[in-house]
Design a protein around this ligand. Structure first.
Ligand SMILES: NC(=O)C1=CN([C@@H]2O[C@H](COP(=O)(O)OP(=O)(O)OC[C@H]3O[C@@H](n4cnc5c(N)ncnc54)[C@H](OP(=O)(O)O)[C@@H]3O)[C@@H](O)[C@H]2O)C=CC1
Ligand SMILES: CCCCCC(=O)/C=C/[C@H]1[C@H](O)CC(=O)[C@@H]1CCCCCCC(=O)O
Length: 347
C-alpha cells in the first residue's frame, strides 16, 4: 500500500531556528503482509514536542535522546488504531500508542512496542493520550509532586513559565489543586494570560512579551515565590529566581528558550542566578519524567480522574494533515499553541 511519511530533510544548523522546510513528506510503499506479532496501525494523532528540536541536531545534548537521521522518517508520540493484526494481544479496532511512533499515515509495527489505550481513560478524546493524560500531564503531576514540596495551608506561591503550554497549563492547575495559595503563570500573549485565569483558575497571568516581568511578578507575588515550575529558562527564569523566597524549590522541567542554541542540557546559568540559588538555599533539581516509569500508571489514573471530573481543564491546538507536521512543530516552538499542540492525521 502507498502512504505518506515525513522525513528530516535538513538540520537547522548551529544555533539555527527550525523551519517547516527542514521536513519533507514522501510517498512510501509498505507491504500489507504482516509477520507474526505485527500489526498495521492507522495514525490518528501525532505529537510535536520541544525535545524534538534537540533530535534535529547531530548531537542532541541529552543522553536519553537519539538524533533523527537525515533522509529518514522521524518519530515521536503518536496514537492510532489497529487495522489489521497478527498479534494475539491486539485485535482490530484497538487504540494504541507509543513514544516512538513514526510520522506516517500508516505503520506496520511490532505489537510488543505498542501500549493499549482505554478510550474511557481519556473520556473518548484520544488526542489527550499525547497531552493531559499522557507524557506532558505526567510531567506536570510528577514534576510538582516529586520536586515541588507543595504544603497545603502554608500559603505558598507557585510560578509557572511556559504556563499556557501542554505541561505548564496542567502543572498550574495541579499546584492549585494541591494547595498553593497563589498560582501565577508566565506566557507569551494576552490571550493566553486570559485563558490561564478565566479557564484554568490561575491567580494571574503575566505576558513576558509586554512590560517588565520583574515588576509584574512583584505585583502578583507580593509574598515572594516559593515554587517555580521552569519550562523555559533564560532571562524569564533569572527574573523569577531573583524573587524567590529562601528555601524555595525550582522544578527544572525544561529550558525551551535555549533549545536553538548549541549548548548541552541543562544550559549554563548566569552568575547572578547561581549566587541567588546558593545564598537563598533554593533547590533546583533536574526532573525527567522518564525516570519515574514506576509512577506512570498511577499518575495516568489520577490525571484521567481529574480530567473526567472537570477538576482539570484541557486546552489543545489541533492542526490537520501529515503535510503540516513541520509547520505545527515550528509553530509550537514559537508559541503558536495554547495547550497541547497535536496534529490530526486521520479521523
Ligand atoms: N523534563 C521532562 O521530563 C519534560 C520536559 N518538558 C519540557 O517542558 C517544557 C514545555 O514543554 P511542552 O509543554 O511540551 O511545550 P509547550 O506546549 O509549552 O510549547 C512550547 C511553548 O514554549 C514557549 N516558548 C517558546 N520559546 C520561548 C522562549 N524563548 N521563551 C519563553 N517561552 C518560549 C511558547 O509559549 P509562549 O507563547 O508562552 O512563548 C510555546 O508555546 C519544554 O521545555 C520541554 O522541553 C516536556 C516534557 C517532559
Ligand atoms: C534535551 C532537552 C530535553 C529537555 C527536556 C525534555 O523536553 C524532555 C522530554 C522527554 C521527557 O522526559 C519524556 C519524553 O517523552 C521526552 C523525550 C523522550 C524521548 C524518548 C526517545 C527515546 C529515543 O531516543 O528513542
Amino acid at each position: 500500500m502507498i502512504h505518506n511519511a515525513v522525513v528530516l530533510r535538513s538540520r537547522p544548523g548551529k544555533n539555527g531556528h527550525p523551519v517547516p522546510e527542514n521536513f519533507r513528506v514522501e510517498e512510501i510503499m509498505t507491504s500489507p503482509e504482516l509477520k507474526e506479532g505485527q500489526v498495521l496501525v492507522r495514525t490518528l494523532f501525532l505529537s510535536v514536542d520541544p525535545y524534538m528540536r534537540c533530535c534535529m541536531n547531530d548531537d542532541t545534548g541529552a543522553d536519553y535522546l537519539l538524533p533523527w537521521r537525515l533522509g529518514e522518517c522521524v518519530d515521536g508520540g503518536g496514537v492510532g488504531v489497529v487495522e489489521a493484526s497478527k498479534n494475539q494481544a491486539l485485535s482490530v479496532g484497538t487504540s494504541v500508542t507509543s513514544f516512538n511512533w513514526p510520522w506516517q499515515t500508516y505503520n506496520v509495527m511490532d505489537g510488543s512496542l505498542l501500549q493499549k489505550v482505554d478510550p474511557e481513560m481519556v473520556d473518548g478524546h484520544l488526542s489527550y493520550v499525547l497531552g493531559a493524560v499522557g507524557m506532558p500531564g505526567l510531567t506536570a503531576v510528577l514534576g510538582v509532586r516529586e520536586k515541588g514540596h507543595v504544603t497545603p495551608g502554608s500559603h505558598q506561591t507557585m510560578v509557572i513559565s511556559g504556563a499556557a503550554g501542554a505541561c505548564g497549563s496542567i502543572a498550574g492547575q495541579i499546584g492549585r489543586l494541591d494547595g498553593c495559595e497563589r498560582v501565577v503563570g508566565i506566557c507569551g500573549s494576552d490571550q493566553k494570560c486570559q485563558a490561564l485565569v478565566t479557564e484554568l483558575g490561575f491567580t494571574a497571568g503575566i505576558n513576558y512579551k509586554k512590560g517588565d516581568i520583574s515588576s509584574a511578578l512583584r505585583e502578583h507575588c507580593p509574598t515572594g515565590i516559593d515554587i517555580y515550575f521552569d519550562n523555559v529558562g533564560g532571562p524569564i527564569s533569572d527574573a523569577v529566581i531573583s524573587q524567590m523566597n529562601p528555601s524555595g524549590h525550582v522544578i527544572l522541567c525544561g529550558q525551551i528558550s535555549q533549545y536553538n542554541k548549541d549548548v548541552p542540557y541543562p544550559p549554563p546559568l548566569s552568575e547572578d542566578t547561581q549566587k541567588a540559588l546558593c545564598h537563598k538555599n533554593i533547590t533546583r533539581e533536574r526532573f525527567v519524567v522518564l525516570n519515574y516509569m514506576e509512577k506512570h500508571e498511577e499518575g495516568l489514573v489520577q490525571l484521567s480522574r481529574w480530567v473526567k471530573t472537570g477538576q482539570i481543564k484541557v486546552l489543545e491546538t489541533v492542526v490537520n494533515g501529515i503535510e503540516n507536521m513541520g509547520e505545527a512543530f515550528c509553530s509550537m516552538m514559537t508559541g503558536g499553541n495554547i495547550g497541547k499542540q497535536v496534529v490530526n492525521i486521520s479521523d
